[in-house]
Design a protein around this ligand. Structure first.
Ligand SMILES: [Cu+2]
Length: 353
């Protein structure tokens, strides 16, 4: 019984709504319909330009207060191209954004409902359609092409003379291996990883015998450097913001990045008037609890100073003589010879190129 009553009540309501709607429509068709637009119409219309102006003030404030945190001018050759493309894209995007938003916010105000004003019937205009399709298409094509050209330059083959450096990420620090005087980073094998041999240097490879681990990253100014990047556990990301270098370190999938640093640490200290400035390698992949602690100082110096520093470093086998037993018989003599020299003596292969 109650179901029947509820159904009847709903039906009555629907019929009532239909009658009201029909009367309304009849008024519209007979021309006697009169819509009253109260102050809410004006208030809503006015809110559009107010929102636009407040929004613009907020954007300008946000940009100017954040700009002191912006990175200084790039310290690498490709970094200048990256910055140029970035600011070019940003300029075009901001111009289009501002232009469309002026229209978007001011049209509702200018063309708000007014008694007796009728909209102009203007269904389409082929010429306009062609213009606003062609111009963005051309602009986008130019941007994509210039971006692609820069990207292929950056990700292309490193020059033969590039200094190789291996960077391995782990929770939670970066490990850096230099190739020693042969200029070749030896092979690695995850089974060889232990407390001291943190990157798993494989001493079955002759090229690994003179490799050494470094606490700081040293780079020669004006010379190409190739980073060979690996991760031991989870995703990390090699981030050297001042050089505009960023490349993920992926477990099981080595990546690489080559670039030419073009300002020494000393140059930057003078430029920024900050005697404590240091370049840094950070991790930019949220990789766990102590992600923020993954930092290595980078020193950029002249090639002579760089070679001096290389010479002052002790090869891994010299530092950890116990590992000699891991060197296969046929390479023992080479290992002994390298160790007896102690520091990684001689000029790296690349410097001769
Ligand atoms: Cu990390």
């Amino acid at each position: 019984m109650s179901y029947i009553l509820i159904t009847v009540a709903i039906l009555v309501l629907v019929i009532f709504a239909m009658i009201v709607r029909t009367v309304n429509l009849l008024e519209v068709f007979s021309g006697s319909f009169y819509k009253r637009a109260g102050t809410s119409n004006k208030v809503n219309a006015l809110l559009f330009p107010i929102t636009f102006i407040l929004g613009t003030i907020a954007i300008v404030w946000s940009y100017s207060s954040a700009s002191k945190e912006f990175l200084p001018a790039p310290s690498s050759v490709h970094g200048k191209e990256v910055d140029f493309i970035f600011w070019l894209d940003m300029g075009i995007i901001v111009f289009v954004f501002v232009a469309t938003h002026i229209l978007l916010f001011f049209f509702p105000y200018m063309y708000q409902f007014k008694e007796g004003r009728k909209a102009y019937y203007y269904p389409d205009n082929n010429k306009l359609e062609v213009i606003w399709t062609t111009i963005p298409a051309i602009v986008l094509a130019v941007l994509v092409f210039t971006g692609w050209r820069v990207w292929t330059d950056i990700t292309g083959e490193a020059p033969k003379s590039a200094y190789n450096i291996e960077i391995v990420g782990k929770q939670f620090n970066w490990m850096v291996r230099y190739p020693g005087t042969d200029g070749i980073i030896g092979k690695h094998n995850f089974r060889k990883i232990d407390a001291l041999n943190e990157v798993g240097i494989d001493f079955d490879d002759k090229a690994a015998l003179d490799d050494f681990m470094a606490n700081e990253i040293h780079l020669p100014v004006g010379k190409p450097v190739e980073l060979k990047i690996r991760a031991r556990d989870v995703l990390h990301s090699v981030f050297m913001p001042h050089f505009r270098v960023k490349m993920d370190a992926v477990p099981g999938m080595p990546t690489r990045f080559w670039f030419i640093p073009d300002k020494t640490t000393a140059d930057m200290r003078t430029e920024l008037r900050n005697p404590n400035f240091n370049y840094e390698l950070a991790c930019t992949e949220i990789c766990g609890r102590n992600h923020f602690g993954m930092r290595k100082v980078i020193v950029v110096e002249s090639e002579e100073e760089y070679l001096e520093w290389l010479k002052s470093q002790e090869v891994f086998l010299a530092k950890n003589p116990d590992y000699i037993k891991n060197v296969p018989e046929k390479l023992r003599a080479d290992a002994e010879r390298i160790i007896s020299k102690k520091p990684a003596e001689g000029v790296p292969a690349q410097a001769a190129l």
